[in-house]
Design a protein around this ligand. Structure first.
Ligand SMILES: Cc1cc2nc3c(=O)[nH]c(=O)nc-3n(C[C@H](O)[C@H](O)[C@H](O)COP(=O)(O)OP(=O)(O)OC[C@H]3O[C@@H](n4cnc5c(N)ncnc54)[C@H](O)[C@@H]3O)c2cc1C
Length: 392
C-alpha cells in the first residue's frame, strides 16, 4: 500500500454526518480521507428543506427521535447541540430564519451549509474524493476499503453512508451491508417521513390539492399540522410525522376539526341556525369538496334542527375522528428518511464505536435513529458526526 493511500481515518459518505465528523477529526490532527461516490458532496443537504435546508430546530430533545433504544441519542445531542451548529453558521455568516415549530432554515440556498462544511474540512486538512464508490470493506490489522478507484487503508473506519431514501441522491445500502458483514445487528429498514397511499375509490382524486390543519394520530402519537390530499392519498407535515410511527395494517385517525367538538357545535347550530343544512354548515368550517366526499352515503342535506343526538354523534365522529387505513407508503423515492438501521445497542453512545469491532464507527441516518420532521435528522447527523470525530 502506497503511503499516500493510508490514513488514520477513512469516512465513507460525504453527507451531513460524514463531513461534520471529518472536520472534527481533522482539527484534532488526524489524517482523514472521505470517500463519496456521488460527483458532489452533500447531495441531500442541497435538497433538504426544499433547497433552504431546515438545518436544526430550537427545541431538540430525545423525544423527537425514534429508536429501539430511546436514550441512545441523549449524550450526543447534549455534547453537540443545535446552538453549537447555529454558532458555526454564524461564524461563517450564513443567514437563517426561524419558521413555525422552532424550525431553522437558511435564508438563501442550502449550498451555504455544504460550502461551510467543505471549508471547515479544507481548513482541517481533510481529503475528500468524490466519484469514488466503495465496493467492499475488509479488516486485517487495519481496514482496507476497496473502491472503483483503488484500495485505501486506515486505522479507523467511519460508516456515514446514510439511509435508502431518495435513491437519485446517491443512497445505497452499503452501511447496512458492512454492519451485517461484521455480525452487527441491523433493524429492518422502512421509509420514514413519507406520504401515505390510500385505496379509496376514484372520487378520492377529487380531493387532490386540498390542505387542512388537522390532528393526526397513530399508535398513540399525535401531530397537529397541515394534511395535504394528493391524488394517491395523504401527505403534508402532519402525515409525514405520523408515517414514522405507522406500520402496514395500522389505522390512522384524523381529527379534521381539532379545535371544535363537532357534537357540541351541531347542538349550538340547532339553537342558532336551525334551518341551515348540516352540509352547508360544515362547509363553513372545511373545504366543500372534502365535506361532500365525507358526507357521501350520509344524510346531511336536511336542516340541522331535524337531527337527533345519535345522528349528530355519528356525523361528529366522521369529522372529529376520521379513520383511514393506508394501503402503503410512497416508498423511498418520496421518503425523507429511513427508519431502522444499525441497532444502537451495538454501539457506544459516546464514541459511536462498534462494541464488537474495534475502531469501526457508524454515524448519522444509517443508525436506527429517526428524527421527526423539522430539522431533527440533520441535527442528529451534526451531533453524531461531531461526537465520533472526537474519538476516531
Ligand atoms: C428530500 C429530502 C429533504 C430533507 N430535508 C431535511 C430537512 O430539511 N431537515 C432535516 O433535518 N433533514 C432533512 N432530510 C433528511 C436529512 O437530509 C438526512 O437525514 C441527512 O442528510 C442524513 O445525513 P447522513 O450523513 O447520515 O447521510 P447522507 O447525507 O445521505 O450521506 C450519505 C452519503 O454516503 C454516500 N454513499 C452511500 N453509499 C456509498 C458508497 N457505496 N460509496 C461511497 N459513498 C457512498 C452517499 O452518496 C451520500 O452522500 C431530508 C431528506 C430528503 C431526502
Amino acid at each position: 500500500m502506497k503511503e499516500e493511500n493510508h490514513f488514520n481515518v477513512i469516512i465513507i459518505g460525504a453527507g451531513a454526518s460524514g463531513l461534520m465528523c471529518a472536520q472534527a477529526a481533522g482539527k484534532r490532527g488526524r489524517n482523514v480521507l472521505v470517500l463519496e461516490h456521488s460527483k458532489e458532496a452533500g447531495a441531500k443537504i442541497l435538497v433538504s428543506g426544499g433547497g433552504k435546508c431546515n438545518f436544526t430546530n430550537l427545541g431538540v430533545d430525545k423525544e423527537n427521535y425514534i429508536s429501539g433504544n430511546p436514550h441512545f441519542v441523549t449524550s450526543a445531542l447534549r455534547r453537540f447541540t443545535q446552538h453549537d451548529f447555529i454558532s458555526l453558521l454564524e461564524e461563517h455568516d450564513v443567514k437563517y430564519e426561524e419558521r413555525e415549530h422552532g424550525q431553522l432554515f437558511c435564508r438563501g440556498s442550502a449550498k451555504a451549509v455544504v460550502n461551510l462544511l467543505l471549508k471547515e474540512c479544507d481548513t482541517a486538512g481533510v481529503k475528500i474524493r468524490t466519484g469514488c464508490s466503495v465496493k467492499k470493506v475488509e479488516k486485517e490489522k487495519d481496514f482496507r476499503v476497496k473502491t472503483n478507484s483503488g484500495d485505501f487503508t486506515s486505522e479507523s473506519l467511519v460508516i456515514a453512508a446514510g439511509g435508502l431514501s431518495l435513491p437519485e441522491s446517491g443512497a445505497t445500502a452499503l452501511g447496512y451491508k458492512v454492519a451485517i458483514q461484521f455480525g452487527i445487528k441491523v433493524i429492518k429498514q422502512l421509509p420514514g417521513l413519507v406520504p401515505l397511499v390510500l385505496k379509496e375509490g376514484k372520487d378520492f382524486k377529487s380531493l387532490s390539492g386540498i390542505s387542512v390543519n388537522a390532528s393526526v394520530s397513530v399508535n398513540g402519537c399525535s401531530f397537529r399540522d397541515a394534511v395535504l390530499f394528493t391524488h394517491r392519498g395523504l401527505s403534508g407535515p402532519a402525515i409525514l410525522q405520523a408515517s414514522n410511527y405507522w406500520h402496514n395494517g395500522d389505522e390512522i385517525m384524523i381529527n379534521l376539526l381539532p379545535d371544535i367538538d363537532l357534537e357540541e357545535r351541531l347542538a349550538l347550530w340547532q339553537r342558532e341556525k336551525p334551518r341551515a343544512t348540516v352540509k352547508n354548515l360544515l362547509a363553513t368550517l372545511l373545504p366543500k369538496r372534502l365535506v361532500a366526499y365525507l358526507s357521501a352515503g350520509l344524510d346531511m342535506e336536511r336542516p340541522v334542527s331535524q337531527y337527533g343526538k345519535k345522528d349528530m354523534k355519528k356525523i361528529a365522529e366522521i369529522f372529529n375522528a376520521w379513520s383511514v387505513r393506508p394501503h402503503e407508503t410512497e416508498g423511498y423515492r418520496k421518503a425523507e428518511v429511513t427508519r431502522g438501521g444499525i441497532d444502537t445497542n451495538e454501539l457506544s453512545s459516546r464514541t459511536f464505536e462498534s462494541k464488537k469491532v474495534q475502531r469501526l464507527y457508524f454515524i448519522g441516518e444509517v443508525l436506527d435513529v429517526t428524527g421527526w420532521l423539522g430539522g431533527y435528522n440533520l441535527q442528529w447527523a451534526w451531533s453524531s458526526g461531531y461526537c465520533a470525530g472526537q474519538y476516531i
